[in-house]
Structures are given as structure tokens and as C-alpha cells.
Design a protein around this ligand. Sequence first.
Ligand code: PA5
Length: 447
Amino acid sequence: MVNLEFEYRNALNFVEKEEITKYQDEINKHFESLNSRTGKGNDFLGWMDLPDGTSEEMITDIETVAKKMQSKSELTVVVGIGGSYLGSRAIIDALSHHFSQLKGGNNPIVVYAGQNISEDYFTDLLEILDDKDYTLIVISKSGTTTEPAVAFRLLKAHIENKYGKQDARDRIVAITDKEHGALKELATQEGYKTFVVPDDVGGRYSVLTPVGLLPIAVAGFSIREFIEGAKNMKQHLSASKSIEQNQVAAYAAVRNALYNKGFTTEILVNYEPRLFYITEWWKQLYGESEGKENKGIFPAGVSFTSDLHSMGQYIQEGLRNIFETVLSVEKPNSELLVPNDEANLDKLNYIAGMPIHEVNHQAETGTTLAHIDGGVPNLKISIPKINEYNLGELVYFYELACAVSGYILDVNPFDQPGVEAYKKNMFALLGKPGFEKETEEIRKRLG
Ligand code: PA5
């Protein structure tokens, strides 16, 4: 049994059941090639072993390092981009108090750098770090990515200046390749504590490695529960490959059936602001995995009810190429009722005494129905509540579904060749040695 439930009955007005079940044979084949590691990108399937293959020794090591960092810092800066950033941010934000930066607490506040190259962002961050005790986790699998490298250069100088070189070393943890890359070399030279990103796990599939686990543990959340949820999902999904019983098979089949009917954009919808970065993580996972060879479902995201007052109009009446997947949370972690008001000027007394979550829930149901009426197929993934265990289930569900769905599209879901194009131009424009020819070509092009 798993807590997560996937349902697609609200897509059946838009695709016939047979258009979904026709994927069964293909899905069996894709599960088989994932398990036998014979499909596209099969040297990047290490993520499949993480839920039940992460050793007790590794978990304890992460927890011990996290405790040490907690004891030394009010803030921990996580430096990374893409898959070296979004997983931990998604889980930490989903589990944290909405106003944790104001509330404070026993554990360090986790902030992020290296996910942009904004001078103002860095300036503001360094200003805050002047007055706070902090530690650094620098994450880059390749160890050569420009954004985190720029961030780490600034932060390394700052932390060494603030604490002295020796103390600074004890405040920095590097997570990178086991032997290659500039970050590995630097970490070895400086003697930083390091964790390894396994060779066979790509960035966007790495949240169950130290890339995700260390920041989550530093923020004070249970990585054991998180791994346990993923493990339970993995076990559950191994029992049957049937679209009727295996939720990954069902999700992969339905989204491809919709795609083939012209629904080329999937919007992940949440009704809980703390799930915002789960959507960002999902967008990267699916966008980088499927968007290639001129095909792929475009992954988008909205946060309702907020975005009902901005994107709602488009979803209801715009171009009919979108379907939605609602990430629904059955129960909140707290209880708060709509208060009664004697004057009732806002005419809200008809819901006085109702839990706020119930109002949110009815907004969700009402919106789903309206969007279906407007021509938007609706899928639903529900979890009982937001906690480490259920997020572990969700993460593994999405990863496996992404692999199967990518195979249905006949792409390699584990590479990202398109990401290189911008880098080449940026290096040429910045005058990086070795890019002289490209610099000349790009200068001509820009006139
Ligand atoms: O999913 C991926 O592989 C990418 O998004 C990478 O995580 C991202 O480009 C960062 O790479 P690196 O960890 O090598 O700095």
C-alpha cells in the first residue's frame, strides 16, 4: 500500500480508455528495459537503487555532518543549480514553516546561491552573511558549472575572511564527483568534508543522494522518513506493471495519450504555497528529461488559488492544448476555522466555523469542474498530508514515471544535450580561452 493516489477519470472525457490502455505492452517493455538496464541512457539509472540501496553508514554520516553544521550556524547557504539545487529546495520548502526566515528556530535557515548570476542577489546575500554565523554546502556534480562556481568564489572569499582559513574549512562541505572536476580538486586541496554524487545518477534524479539529503537534514527534517517513503513507493510499484494497478504506468500512459491528442502542455497545479518548489523541481525533471528531438510535453506550473486570479482566465478559455495535474493534499498540518462576524458585511458568515482547508478544498473541486467544462483534461495526484514520508513516495513516483514516459516518447530521459547551447554562447561572449572561434562568429552575428 502507498499513501499517494493517482486518478485520471477526469481525463476520460478527452481520451478513450483504449487510447490509454493501448500503451500497456509498450509500458511492460519499458519497465523491463529499466530493470534490465538496457534502454536509452542506461548508464544513468543509479537513482533506481537509491531508496533501498542507501547504506546506514551513509545516512549516519549525513546526519552527523548535518548536526555539526547545525551547531555552527544560523544560516546554511546551499550553492548549486538545476538538479544540484531544486530537489533540496523543493523538500525543505514543502516541510518548512511558511515564515521560517522570520520565525527562526533551532535549526539553521537554508538559503540558496549559485542558481542565478545576479549581482544584486549576491550583494544582498553577502550583506546578510556579514552578520550571521553560517556554513556552506557547495554542490556541483561536474564541478565546472559557471553559476555555482561564481557563487562559491564569492562565498569562499567571504567565509575565509570572516572566520579565517582554518575555521572556514570546517564550515564548508562539498558534494561533487568522486574524482573529476574543479570542485573535487579544490575540495581535496582544501581538505573539505565531501560527499559523492554517484556517477550513474544525473542531477535532476539526485534528491535521494547527499545532494538532497544533506541540506534536508541540516534544515532539521528526517531523511530516514523521506527515504522510507521512496522505498515503499519503489516496492509498491514493483508488484504490478498494469495500468490499472501501477500508478506510474497509468500516469505515463495518460499523459502520452493526451499529448497525442494535441494536449502538449501539462500544468502542475498546487493549492498549497509550500509546494511551489515541488512544481519547480518537477518542471526541471520533466522538461530536461522529455523536451528533446523537437518533442515533449511542456511542463508548466501554477499555484492556486493565487494564480486563478492571473492564469485562471487563460486556463479556462485560452488555447486548448493544456491539461492539468492537480497535486492535492487531503489534510493540513494544522486547524483554523473561518471566524464568525456579527456585522457580516463581507457576507461570509455562511462559511463561518468551516475549516479554511475545506474552503480551499471546495475551491479545488470547483476549479477542476470548471476547467473540465472549459476543455482542460484533469489528472489528480493526492497525498494525505505534507510530510517527509509522503514526499519520499511522491519523488520516487515522479522519477520513475518520468523515465517510463520519456521512453514512450522515444527519447533518452537521462541526458540534456540542449543545455549546452547557451553555455557555448555565454563562454564565447565572456571571452573564455578556447572559445576564440565562437567569439568571432558571435560578434559577427551580433553586428
Ligand atoms: O539535471 C541535471 O543534470 C542538470 O540540471 C544539473 O543538475 C545542473 O546543470 C547542474 O550541474 P552540476 O551539478 O554539474 O553543476
